[in-house]
Design a protein around this ligand. Structure first.
Ligand SMILES: *Cc1c(COP(=O)(O)O)cnc(C)c1O
Length: 390
């Protein structure tokens, strides 16, 4: 096959294992943890990330991210921690975007001091905010765009150039956008990471991670990966393959729904503010449009003063007030009580994660039903307020 396949064909077919024995329509699952040593060129072993199923889905990830190679991990954090430890050693320095996924932030703050790796969280997300933190020993710049939970946009081309000019490696967590909406390698970013638990999995039922990059960088990552051992069971790898077949259909439906919800919430008297890169009044709408093919299924919003964020979420009947994101079902949560709970009130205020902020992971339900649920929840909370004050 040629490499110019369309993205939906990549999702459906790239990497698939032909069932030569029974001619089944889908890839068989190879669960073996032991392979005959004289029968294969590569010594296959699940912790070497090279079983037939692991290699098959790795090819899909590489194709989706326009990378030379890919690798599948046991979780997003396994992919993130392994990759960072592959390129950082004692005495090195990393510049990390503020704000970041909570788990990544904790990993850096808790583990790097043990290894003597220096880190700086930027004060903002402009290229200049990264540039001014560069030191002689800076080895990696790490970004997330759109960011969690305020959907700020970081300039991919600008960061890639800054990194290249200074001989620094650029790494992105591309989870929020998914490969359907954003391909950072096209803009010069070196390494792309995913929590495949989110859009790639898409059904809130598998934990997985992924990396896509050049062969040279992957060699360094693999060397550390086999030592740390964060690989994924072949059964779950197979479930990931199955999930990715519908990735484009799901993400496009979520893009459409999120845009409609962002518009609806923006016009709502009980909503103070909406953060969504696909809204023309988002401060970085033009930048988002220049580097994203779709604006994604994530948004956040603030309720007006007096409408409690927690009471509102408890009143929801269809939308689930739950952790995690990117499934086909809509979910909401308060970052201040969950992902950012470990930060102090001042730290949260400084990055705009207010107590009233709600993150909305928009699913594929009918928009009328989502709107009806939000309306009834607001009405219920406001009804309670009236009763108390009367
Ligand atoms: C969930 C998430 C992670 C961590 O992934 P796990 O699969 O839970 O280990 C990393 N980055 C982002 C942006 C996430 O949303």
């Amino acid at each position: 096959m040629t490499k110019k396949l369309g993205i939906q064909t990549i999702c459906t077919h790239v990497g698939e294992i032909k069932d030569e024995q029974f001619k089944g329509a889908v890839s068989p699952i190879y669960m073996a943890t032991s392979y005959q040593f004289d029968d294969v060129d590569v010594k296959r072993y699940p912790r070497y990330f090279n079983t037939p199923n692991q290699e098959s889905v790795a090819k899909k990830i590489a194709a989706l991210e326009h990378a030379e190679v890919g690798m599948i991990f046991g979780s997003g954090m396994a992919a993130i921690s392994t990759t960072l430890l592959a390129f950082l050693k004692t005495g090195d320095h990393i510049i990390v975007q503020n704000t970041l996924y909570g788990g990544t932030s904790n990993f850096i703050r808790e583990e790097f001091p043990k290894y003597g790796i220096e880190f700086t969280f930027t004060n903002g997300y402009e290229v200049a905010d990264f540039e001014k933190e560069i030191k002689e020993n800076t080895k990696v710049i790490y970004i997330e765009t759109p960011s969690n939970p305020l959907l700020t946009i970081t300039d991919l081309k600008g960061i890639a150039k800054l990194a290249k000019d200074n001989n620094i490696l650029s790494i992105i967590d591309n989870t929020f956008a998914s490969p359907v909406n954003q391909n950072p390698i096209d803009f010069g970013i070196d390494i792309v990471l995913h929590s495949a638990t989110k859009y790639l999995g898409g059904h809130s039922d598998i934990l997985a991670g992924a990396v896509a990059c050049s062969e040279v960088h992957m060699k360094a990552i693999w060397n550390v990966a086999k030592n740390l051992g964060g690989s994924l069971s072949d059964f779950t790898v197979w479930m990931l393959e199955r999930s990715i077949k519908t990735l484009v259909l799901r993400v496009k439906a979520q893009n459409r729904n999120a845009k409609k919800m962002a518009k609806y919430l923006s016009a709502h008297a009980d909503i103070k503010q909406v953060f969504y890169p696909g809204l023309k009044n988002h401060p970085q709408y033009a930048l988002a449009k220049s580097q994203m093919k779709g604006f994604g299924g994530m948004l956040s919003f603030e309720l007006q003063e007096g409408i409690g964020a927690l009471a509102f979420q408890k009143a929801l009947q269809l939308i689930k007030p739950s952790m995690s994101l990117a499934g086909v079902e809509s979910t909401m949560l308060s970052p201040a009580l969950t992902s950012h709970a470990l930060l102090s009130q001042e730290e949260r205020d400084s990055i705009g994660v207010t107590d009233g902020l709600i993150r909305f992971s928009v699913g594929i339900e009918n928009k009328e039903d989502l709107i009806a649920d939000i309306e009834q929840a607001i009405a219920k909370v406001k009804g309670k307020i009236t009763k108390v004050t009367v």
